[in-house]
Design a protein around this ligand. Sequence first.
Ligand SMILES: *Cc1c(COP(=O)(O)O)cnc(C)c1O
Length: 368
Amino acid sequence: MENIYEKYNVKKVINASGKMTILGGSRVSSEVLESMNSGAANFFEVKDLLDKTGEYISELLNVESAYIVASASSGIAQSIASTITGDNLYEILNIHNKNNKKREIILPKGHNVDYGTPVQVAVEMGGGVVVEAGYANACKVEHVESLINENTAALLYIKSHHCVQKGIVSIKDYVALGKKYDLPVIIDAAAEEDLNVYYNEGADCVIYSGTKALEGPTSALVIGKKEFIKTLKNQSKGIGRVMKVGKENILGLTKAIELYVNKNKLTLDEQRERLKDFNGVLNGIDGITSTCVQDAAGRAIIRALISFDEDKLNINALEIAEKLKTGDVRIYTRDYRANEGKIEIDIRDLSDEELEFILIRIREIVGK
Ligand SMILES: *Cc1c(COP(=O)(O)O)cnc(C)c1O
């Protein structure tokens, strides 16, 4: 095989940060690659392919309807557009038609996050206007309810580790509000692992990125109520075309979902076991402590949380993370808490050799 790293002079990357879009999301399995190959090498009636793979996935997941789009961001834009245009072709073709005032999208303020781009950008692409409900750390049912008016088109909820986790209305109550006012509820669950829970709680539309938990190609899965997905498919006549998904990725994601639902995921204990030696070595270094922690948003992910004592090491966590990232082989760690002196190691995309190599680099950097 050609050596891509040499040919284009790009750096090798070890991904200890999780499913990061800037690193390309996931590593896809050979089975997924095989499906992508058949997709790329053959022709299909793409609309038919989308319909039939959607049906296949909806049966796998036991949901009313499923549909593959280009990315979770495009899933947000198109689902928002659907709530504004309905099946009206004029509105679909004139998504930003100023005469249509019914385009307010209510979003808890603590959910208007930046996942690489602000949620708001995707909403506005779909013709929506974000109306933030509540405050950074508090969004109650009554905050949301007080904003609902004749121009409200949908209620949007972001289920993510990026969001404020406390003091925000529950999905159950959010869905109940949607029912009460006959408003669609859209949930962006891009990086979440459970493909049923939000749908089962009654959301009209739930969006999952293809490259995160599902370990598929660049793409996304949208599941939801039949009527909602039918309207969403209609967006392909409008903004959907600006963000179309390729046949190879349609087939790749379908395969990835099939593998995902049949896969035995590592239990929390098995994940802890994988980190045992790694943590043991680090804990032997004066000034470093490393423990297992579960994902802050409650997903079934165990990571190593490494604390660096700056006084003892003469270097702080931010500097260590930066050095790991700028070596000959780029090591990306999870740095959300680096300013507190801690970095996290996400093992989902690490081989045993890579985990070893991270240890070697940390020891080099701290000089022990
Ligand atoms: C990653 C992410 C997205 C975007 O997913 P893409 O498939 O890369 O477009 C949207 N929302 C949240 C909360 C995310 O974490």
